[in-house]
Design a protein around this ligand. Structure first.
Ligand code: NAP
Length: 525
């Protein structure tokens, strides 16, 4: 497939007319051909008008048709072959094996949502029979969920495939029946175009209206702002910085018709190192934790940026092993010069805080845009007192907070911001403390995990990749896993609607053979 540097607006390929930009190889600084050109508000208008025009026909497709469409996108992405991996590698410096795994995750997500569609529970079909004899009489009530409308999806810098053009936001929105206007992340425009063309082909091959998918491109905030402000757009999926997410929420909230922005932004993912676990296997935990910290140059939203433990000899042994392991870790190339600068800035800001000491650093950088892993430490009292230590530094940076006892550990937990994950390293003798911790963690995070590490998010039915602000903008939702579809659905109730006018999901004959809640009983009746 040839990368042309064009946006994809419906079935057309369109060259932007604004600022020229290129994919950049962050490992070498090399400018990658071809040139891309930012689109403008007219391009956004065309994409959104097409999306709105496609919406009713697209949402009227059967779940089976949409399932097959999602599978054809997965097939088309696989058909691009090694070119996709090579281009993503050049644009992001992420290792080839990681990108191959990420492609598998991306196509797996699309296929998961095909299963979700066939399963049918996403429609939440519910029927309350009429009770004409009751006083007052109850009308016939039926409810199903329908697509919200065209969705804007912002590709993430750190997952050029799985959280980008055909990532989880796009897959879940398309599954729901929402056309998607995707905004490519400017750090990987060539990868975005390749994937966008795969979706464009799947739209055509599936005989769907062209406006079901568009891909717009640009640098600077103007095009993303215009997209969120466009009246056709009814919801937004975003993964990126807290600043960016808040800016887009502000745009969405100040529209004449405000819309939801599902933004995944910032998390430091506390890891609790409970005493028995540290005593039994502290050195192994230390080595594995440092591996998790530097994985992907720390550029994961689930990166372990905060370690919490109770003082004592086991913690000292853990600390010595962790610092030794970190000291031997090489500096590695970050995704973009901007993300590298933000990392350096964040590390400098942490280093300037009195009461926070830099205990160890990894090896010196040997090339451009390389981050050196860094390990800070402080006491619980100082951590509680200084909010600057609570802020995410995106990259391989972590802070160890030493607590004098279990009460202090719980006190630190209570003042944490919302998080995507919390990890608890606990052995059987720690369970009494873990039992006190768990209810506190439920209030703070989207996912609690025991005796593992937070990096690595399974795509499945029970996964939650969400959490209270600033982890996400809407604590009720997840951006990974089957439940991600709920963000792009809304309930509609049909009261006394004539039988022949009812949607299939709530007809008496149950033609879709759905699991439904009928008069309070779950079944296929
Ligand atoms: P970003 O700056 O938030 O950008 C993400 C996307 O949103 C880009 O397409 C960007 O395009 C757009 N955007 C950002 N601010 C906007 C605004 N005010 N108005 C309209 N559009 C806007 O994120 P990034 O480029 O991926 O990385 C920067 C920082 O984000 C990192 O250093 C890290 O701190 C954080 N980050 C966090 C996560 C996480 O999962 N927690 C993941 C990735 C990045 P334009 O710039 O072209 O407008």
């Amino acid at each position: 497939m040839t990368i042309t540097g064009e946006m994809l607006i419906g079935a057309s390929a369109v060259r932007g007319t604004e600022e020229t930009f290129y994919g950049i190889n962050p490992a070498t600084g090399e400018q990658l051909e071809p040139a891309f050109h930012s689109g403008n508000a007219n391009d956004v208008e065309r994409a959104c008008v097409l999306a709105e025009a496609a919406f009713d026909a697209y949402r009227a497709t059967t779940p089976e048709q949409r399932a097959q469409f999602l599978e054809s996108i997965a097939d088309a992405i696989e058909a691009i072959g090694d070119e996709l991996i090579q281009r993503a590698h050049a644009e992001t410096a992420l290792p080839l094996a990681r990108l191959q795994g990420e492609r598998g995750r991306t196509t797996g997500q699309l296929r998961l949502f095909a299963r979700v569609l066939r399963d049918g529970r996403w429609q939440d079909a519910t029927l309350d029979s009429a009770l004409p004899e009751r006083t007052p009489p109850r009308p016939d009530l039926r409810m199903q969920k329908i697509a919200v409308g065209p969705v804007a999806v912002f590709g993430a810098s750190n997952f050029p495939l799985a959280f980008s053009v055909a990532g989880g936001d796009t897959a879940s929105a398309l599954a729901a029946g929402c056309p998607v206007v995707a905004k490519a992340h400017p750090a990987h425009p060539g990868t975005s175009e390749l994937v966008g063309r795969a979706i464009q082909k799947a739209v055509a091959d599936s005989g769907l209206p062209e406006g079901v998918f568009s891909l717009i491109m640009g640098v600077g905030n103007a095009i993303g702002t215009a997209l969120v402000a466009h009246p056709a757009i009814q919801a937004v999926g975003f993964t990126g910085s807290r600043t960016g997410g808040l800016a887009l929420m502000n745009v969405a909230n100040t529209r004449p018709q405000p819309i939801p922005v599902y933004a995944e932004m910032s998390s430091i993912n506390p890891v609790y190192l409970l005493p028995e676990a540290l005593a039994a296997r502290g050195e192994q935990i230390a080595r594995d934790l440092i591996d998790s910290l530097v994985l992907g140059v720390g550029q994961f939203c689930t990166n372990p940026g905060l370690l919490l433990a109770i003082e004592g000899p086991a913690l000292e042994a853990f600390r010595a092993t962790a610092l030794a392991a970190l000291t031997g870790k090489p500096a590695a190339t970050m995704l973009t010069p901007g993300i590298h600068q933000a990392f350096e800035r964040g590390v400098t800001q942490l280093s300037d805080i009195a009461g926070l000491s830099r205990a160890a650093c990894g090896l010196d950088a040997t090339g451009p845009n390389q981050a050196r892993p860094v390990f800070f430490e402080t006491s619980a009292e100082q951590f509680i007192a200084d909010h600057r230590m609570h802020v995410e530094v995106f990259g391989p940076s972590t802070v160890l907070v030493t607590c004098k006892d279990a009460e202090t550990l719980l006190a630190v937990t209570r003042i944490l911001e919302g998080q995507l994950t919390a990890t608890v390293q606990a052995d059987a003798g720690d369970h009494a403390l873990a039992a006190r911790l768990l209810p506190a963690l439920e209030r703070k995070v989207g996912r609690v995990l025991f005796n593992g590490f937070p990096t690595g998010v399974e795509v499945s039915f029970a996964m939650v990749h969400g959490g209270p602000f600033p982890a996400t903008s809407d604590t009720r939702t997840t951006s990974v896993g089957a439940s991600a579809i709920d963000r792009f659905l809304r309930p509609v109730c049909y009261q006394n609607v004539p039988a022949d006018l009812l949607p299939q999901a709530v007809r008496d004959s149950n033609p879709l053979n759905l699991w439904r809640l009928k008069d309070g009983e779950l079944g296929r009746a």
